[in-house]
Design a protein around this ligand. Structure first.
Ligand code: ADP
Ligand code: MG
Length: 292
């Protein structure tokens, strides 16, 4: 590629809201054969809303929501934000959490009003010997609707199941279809549970996905595809996507995502839309065709 044609390509992409860090990244983008997409905040809006509160025992829905929200005030996770916002919207009074601890990829724990709270996914409850057997069917039904179910335990006993739903970005389906038409293998990656992941993947037309991937394992999935001979693009928005973005042949960050993700990426999608991916690849392919 001549430096001039590469500069023109980078400029064209910028006009489409796609900021490519340098000429090398543009050239690599033309060779991408597989694209890994993070789910939350990349395919979806990343702004989940509480949809269901299922109480186990005598507490009210407001009580269990207030407990979960009191605990989640210590977390910046999108799931935590949705719980706190929902409680505040209802005008619930939140307590102060002591001994707060985030368990990456699983949930949170801490004490509120002298009660030991545990809030998170099925794996977290199993690890801490909280009995959830009677509620698993309901959780699976929520997940099958693409909702994310979370379990709340007080002093080791399950008291509620809270589900949130994160809408899919309006143009994700069309943007993913464009990538697939371009011959790119599209794979979804998420820390979320298998059933929820499956439902979202189906809704956006992705056949291949990795679910229940711990934050520190996301980059392993990039390496796995590279070992299969793929030139890998990775798209994400979160702090826990940063190592995967850095390892990928081309890392794409969502412009509204975290600074760490943007700094680790080669390309930033300023408009947040996944159409920027197919745009970047089309421009890069055209640039490299012209100079041959
Ligand atoms: P993702 O970024 O894909 O949501 P994470 O690894 O951050 O993946 O989280 C995986 C799962 O762990 C979530 O789907 C949720 O069930 C649970 N989890 C993580 N953080 C929290 C939290 N702050 N509150 C409740 N559950 C959480
Ligand atoms: Mg994300």
């Amino acid at each position: 590629a001549t430096p001039m044609s590469v500069m023109v390509g980078v400029g064209k992409a910028a006009e489409a809201g796609v900021l490519i860090r340098n000429g090398e990244a543009l050239q690599s983008a033309s060779k991408i054969t597989a694209m890994i997409l993070d789910k939350t905040g990349t395919i979806t809006e990343g702004a989940p809303q509480v949809t269901d509160i299922l109480v186990v025992g005598e507490r009210s829905e407001s009580d269990v929501l207030a407990l979960a929200a009191s605990l989640e005030q210590g977390s910046e996770h999108p799931l935590a934000v949705s719980i706190v916002e929902s409680a505040k919207k209802q005008g619930l009074e939140l307590g102060k959490a002591e001994g707060f601890n985030a368990i990456a990829g699983h949930g949170v724990e801490g004490n509120v009003d002298g009660q030991a709270l545990l809030f998170g996914n099925e794996k977290l409850m199993r690890d801490r010997d909280v009995t959830i057997d009677a509620q698993i069917g309901q959780a699976q039904a929520m997940a099958a609707k693409a909702q994310t179910p979370m379990y709340l335990a007080v002093n080791g006993r399950l008291v509620a199941l809270i589900a949130v739903s994160d809408p899919i970005k309006q143009d994700s389906v069309a943007a993913i279809k464009r990538l697939q038409k371009d011959g790119i293998r599209v794979v979804m990656l998420t820390g979320d549970n298998r059933d929820t992941a499956k439902a979202v993947a189906e809704q956006v037309g992705i056949k291949e996905f990795f679910a229940e991937v711990l934050p520190e394992q996301k980059s392993d999935k990039v390496a796995e595809l590279q070992q299969q001979g793929e030139t890998v693009g990775m798209t994400g928005d979160g702090i826990n996507d940063a190592p995967a973005l850095a390892l990928a042949n081309v890392g794409f960050a969502i412009g509204t995502g975290t600074d760490v993700a943007i700094e680790s990426a080669d390309v930033t999608l300023m408009r947040g839309s996944l159409h920027g991916l197919a745009d970047a690849i089309a421009i890069s392919r055209a640039t490299l065709r012209n100079i041959r």
